[in-house]
Design a protein around this ligand. Structure first.
Ligand SMILES: C[S@@+](CC[C@H](N)C(=O)[O-])C[C@H]1O[C@@H](n2cnc3c(N)ncnc32)[C@H](O)[C@@H]1O
Length: 286
């Protein structure tokens, strides 16, 4: 007698196989990210790798043109992408009733070009910034390289700051790449430093938070614990310029240099002298 086979077990088998493949695919995908991230950090500690990072930075700082020959076209394209993103951000802010935004890098395009070139260095994987504000500088970091991650330390006193973060995180390609630690950086940065072994170190550190001497000095001192070693870049905004808010950050940076904590590599100034920022590095000797 012919036994009629029940089609259900075959369907269940097929479902099981498809699920197993999907699961394996998911795990491999996650593992690949994990493996490549770890490999990067191992290689980043490699002295040879650090030397090539520094050579690239030296080339940028030695050039009078921000987008010098070599990768100029590539940088110009990334800058265009950033400007487009920034316009979308501004439109989003206006559509949410934001009429005023504290000073930011959008009004200093040469600064944004230099920021983009610094963050496009392939050795920069993690940007740590004090002062997210309305996210204008964050658009630069996010546009510099597709895999680059951004951590911001932000007081969060302006109502538009969370609106700007919502906009950036609403985009699939940015969602997991930007996060904000809310609160006073004088407390949040030292707290982050205690988690340092579990966090990726910061390859590019940008100080643009509180502009009073105490906060500017505290940020310079505290952010050192988050810096990658041996290669990292430190940017201190609003120094060596004539605007009122440049005075205290400049004094703080000079104190850090005089104490051997920081070495300035180059100072950039706008044509009218009102804006300025320094590219520097920490002395990582204990
Ligand atoms: C000049 S804005 C930053 C501009 C931003 N980097 C850009 O270029 O788009 C300064 C930001 O620092 C934040 N801030 C001021 N004091 C702070 C502190 N003690 N801790 C954290 N953030 C602070 C302010 O809320 C403000 O959003």
């Amino acid at each position: 007698m012919k036994v009629k086979r029940n089609p259900m077990p075959a369907a269940l088998w097929a479902l099981g196989i498809v699920s197993a493949i999907a699961m394996a695919d998911f795990i491999l995908h996650r593992l690949h990210i994990q493996v490549s991230t770890n490999l990067f950090h191992v290689s980043k500690r490699n002295a040879h790798h650090a030397a090539s990072c520094a050579t690239k930075l030296d080339g940028l700082l030695a050039s009078n043109r921000t987008f010098g020959p070599g990768w100029a076209l590539d940088l110009r394209l990334r800058f265009r992408t950033q400007q487009r993103l920034q316009k979308q951000l501004d439109r989003y802010l206006v559509s949410h009733g934001v009429v005023w935004v504290e000073g930011n890098s959008a009004s200093y395009p040469d600064q944004q070009r230099t920021f983009l070139a610094l963050a496009a260095n392939p050795c920069v994987r993690q940007v740590c910034e004090v002062g997210f504000n309305a996210g204008h500088s964050a658009t630069v970091w996010l546009s510099a390289q597709p895999g680059l991650a951004v951590t911001s330390f932000e007081l969060g006193v302006h109502n538009y700051t969370r609106v700007a973060l919502d906009f950036l995180q609403s985009r699939e390609s940015h969602r997991r790449r930007i996060n904000v630690t809310w609160g006073n950086s004088l407390h949040t940065v030292p707290r982050a430093a205690t988690e340092a072994p579990r966090r990726p170190p910061c390859d590019l550190l940008v100080l643009d938070g509180g502009h009073d001497f105490r906060t500017a000095m505290g940020d310079i001192i505290n952010m050192r614990a988050l810096a990658a070693s041996p290669f990292h870049v430190l940017v201190v905004d609003d120094v060596y310029c004539s605007a009122d808010w440049c005075h205290d950050p400049t004094s703080a940076l000079e104190a850090a240099v005089n104490n051997g904590l920081v070495k300035i590599l180059k100072v950039y100034r706008s044509a009218d002298g009102t804006r300025g920022f320094a590219v520097a590095r920490y002395n990582m000797q204990p």
